[in-house]
Write a protein that binds this ligand. Structure first.
Ligand SMILES: Cc1cc2nc3c(=O)[nH]c(=O)nc-3n(C[C@H](O)[C@H](O)[C@H](O)COP(=O)(O)OP(=O)(O)OC[C@H]3O[C@@H](n4cnc5c(N)ncnc54)[C@H](O)[C@@H]3O)c2cc1C
Length: 402
């Protein structure tokens, strides 16, 4: 007789695990608290779903023991989706997207395959508590009890609760004796109390940025930067946000140094400014030709210069330095409500990486963001969800083989 598998969470990892286990002969039921499946997939990649990346290495993954992910991430996500009939294409370098650039179609393909394989969905059912009675897992929802032989927790993280996220996976894991590494927001906007930059709110540009923690340079990136009323956003800021989030949580001093004109060396910028001297232009006019208007006042305040005065040989050094070294202090992040993902989660020391089964409780599996592995921006988090879901699906179905 087939064993009866429960998966909590119809998100990226849960759906792939269900397909994998069901295609290997298991009876699978997915419990989902929302009325819809794959809500986060729908919202991913600005509605385009950056499904995976053609350049996946262990360097792209983080956590207390990132090495845990080494074999799991070798999963061929492109082949998996191609085999379902979904075509992918490149965008933004090595990032892969569904060919139609519609995130919703990814959910449609996964849902279709689940139905074809007979996976049962119990929607609008937020599992509240789980117990183990002898060989069975008992899932509780109000006064209902669901009995299963094996269980996978694929509840994701608390990032963006408006998309159905919850912390319940951490609570379930703890109730079975698992350690949960403290979750913290990653791929998230950063907050600053340098109020001068609120004047530049809405300015979006490409820049080089370097993050400093306790005055030590930690990481540099080039990419989109967006000044906001609360601080900084943009894809390059998301790349720096994990470091900023962890450091501010530890009460360390964090700032970001912005090079607003990365295409000029400081010397080239000085030479350019020297050439402008005979024109005797007021600073604001010259600056308007090179950076967005709303940034001028914050730059002048940072450089302690007067915009109405013309450029002179004394101010050239100060101005060229400030344009290439604009310092923004960071106080924290926008937290779970603004985060694409949460770092931290169920300790990988207590999970078998070959099967995703708990080392503490037989028949209990984990996959996806609830586990203490998080990836860089660029399709790495969905890749982790598919890959760990696949691994767990294989583990679950191996358990069910008689
Ligand atoms: C706005 C946004 C954009 C993103 N874009 C990208 C991108 O383009 N590329 C990329 O790689 N990553 C992206 N990510 C990250 C990626 O979506 C997640 O890492 C991934 O979805 C995690 O998969 P998961 O299966 O672990 O969890 P989820 O996909 O979050 O699924 C968890 C499911 O569990 C359900 N659930 C939770 N608790 C319970 C309970 N107690 N009972 C029943 N059901 C429950 C939830 O409703 C949810 O459906 C994005 C995230 C966000 C928020």
């Amino acid at each position: 007789m087939k064993k009866n598998i429960a998966i909590i969470g119809a998100g990226a990892s849960g759906l792939v695990a269900a397909i994998t286990a069901a295609s290997r002969g298991s009876k699978v039921t997915i419990y989902e608290k929302s009325a819809k499946i794959g809500k986060k997939i729908h919202a991913s990649g600005n509605g385009r779903c950056n499904i995976t990346n053609a350049d996946i290495t262990l360097e792209n993954y983080h956590g207390k023991h990132p090495h845990f992910a080494k074999e799991i991430i070798k999963f061929d996500a492109k082949k998996f989706f191609n085999d379902l009939g979904l075509q992918l294409r490149f965008g933004n370098g090595t990032r892969l997207y569904p060919y139609s650039h519609q995130a919703s179609i990814v959910v449609d393909f996964l849902g279709y395959e689940c139905k074809r394989l007979g996976v049962e969905f119990v929607k609008e059912c937020e599992i509240e508590r789980i117990e183990k009675e002898n060989e069975h897992f008992v899932l509780h929802y109000h006064d209902r009890r669901f009995l299963h032989d094996a269980l996978m927790i694929a509840t994701g993280s608390a990032a963006m609760p408006n998309l159905g996220s919850s912390e319940s996976g951490y609570h379930f894991a703890k109730s079975f004796g698992h350690t949960v590494e403290k979750p913290f927001a990653a791929l998230v906007q950063l907050t600053s109390d340098d109020t001068v930059f609120t004047k530049a709110s809405g300015v979006k540009m490409e820049a080089d940025m370097e993050i400093f923690v306790d005055n030590q340079a930690k990481m540099g990136v080039r990419g989109d930067l967006l000044f906001t009323s609360y601080g900084l956003s943009g894809s390059a800021i998301l790349d720096l946000s994990r470091t900023a989030s962890r450091a501010t949580m530890r009460k360390q001093d964090v700032f970001i140094m912005i090079d607003l004109l990365p295409d000029f060396s400081q010397q080239a910028l000085k030479t350019l400014l020297q050439k402008q001297l005979p024109l005797k232009l007021p600073l604001y006019l010259w600056l308007n030709g090179i950076i967005p208007k709303k940034l001028i006042e914050p730059i002048m305040i940072a450089a302690k210069l007067d915009t109405n005065k013309p450029l002179n040989s004394k101010t050239i050094n100060t101005l060229s330095y400030t344009l290439k070294n604009l310092k923004v202090s960071i106080t924290g992040t926008r937290g779970a409500k603004g985060a694409e993902i949460m770092a931290g989660g169920v300790s990988t020391q207590e999970i078998n990486p070959k099967t995703m089964e708990s080392k503490l409780v037989k028949g209990l599996f984990f996959a996806g963001e609830v586990v203490d592995i998080d990836g860089d921006c660029g399709g790495y988090n969905l890749h982790w969800a598919w890959a760990s879901g696949y691994k767990a699906g294989c583990g679950l179905s191996a358990k069910t083989a008689k």
